[in-house]
Design a protein around this ligand. Structure first.
Ligand SMILES: Cc1cc2nc3c(=O)[nH]c(=O)nc-3n(C[C@H](O)[C@H](O)[C@H](O)COP(=O)(O)O)c2cc1C
Length: 167
């Protein structure tokens, strides 16, 4: 049985939900899939492949995603890894390929990730917090595209399956 881990760093829950959509898709493609908060994963050695995602805050990749990449670097070096970020509060992520922020790009290089994808984010219009409420007033809303996320997850599944077939 091929096992896949989808780990996420999320502050307000929307990246966790994207990880859940990816997990559902991978399960639907026949993989045994765990979806977990990146801060709570102790060991990745049981998995054949790992998808790691983080929310974007002030141009930074969520710290739990960064730490996961550092903490598990050695174990991940022998595993297929995919990365994603979620953030833009507009339609830009649907319209163009948004490159990773520098921290995610570094993690991608360090882990030899197969691919990085940026997905749109969500910020509730009634978000609390000084900065968040100001941003929410201007661009609050849900800019995630579940179909785009699931389509990417199906691509990941194809590559995981191809890897397995190669042994
Ligand atoms: C204070 C603040 C700063 C943010 N900075 C960025 C940013 O630099 N780039 C970006 O694409 N999105 C940014 N966002 C949008 C978030 O990434 C988006 O709301 C995301 O979906 C949050 O994920 P989470 O719900 O998993 O925490 C910011 C949001 C807030 C509230």
């Amino acid at each position: 049985m091929t096992r896949v881990l989808v780990a996420y760093g999320s502050k307000r829950g929307s990246t966790a939900e994207i990880a859940g959509w990816i997990g559902d898709t991978l399960r639907g493609q026949g993989f045994e899939t765990d979806v977990a908060d990146a801060a709570e994963v102790r060991d990745v050695t049981a998995y054949d492949a790992v998808v790691l995602g983080g929310a974007l805050y002030a141009g930074r990749w969520h710290k739990d995603a960064r730490r996961f990449a550092r903490r598990h670097a050695a174990a991940l070096s022998g595993r297929a890894v995919w990365l994603f970020s979620s953030g833009p509060l507009d339609r830009s992520a649907q319209e163009t390929e948004i490159p990773p922020v520098s921290q995610a790009a570094r993690a991608s290089a360090a882990l030899g990730a197969r691919e990085h994808r940026t997905f749109g984010g969500r910020l509730a219009r009634d978000a609390t917090g000084f900065l968040a409420s100001a941003i929410a007033e201007r661009t609050g809303g849900d800019y995630r595209d579940p179909d785009r996320v699931r389509a990417w997850a199906r691509q990941v599944a194809e590559q995981v399956a191809a890897n397995r077939a190669q042994g």
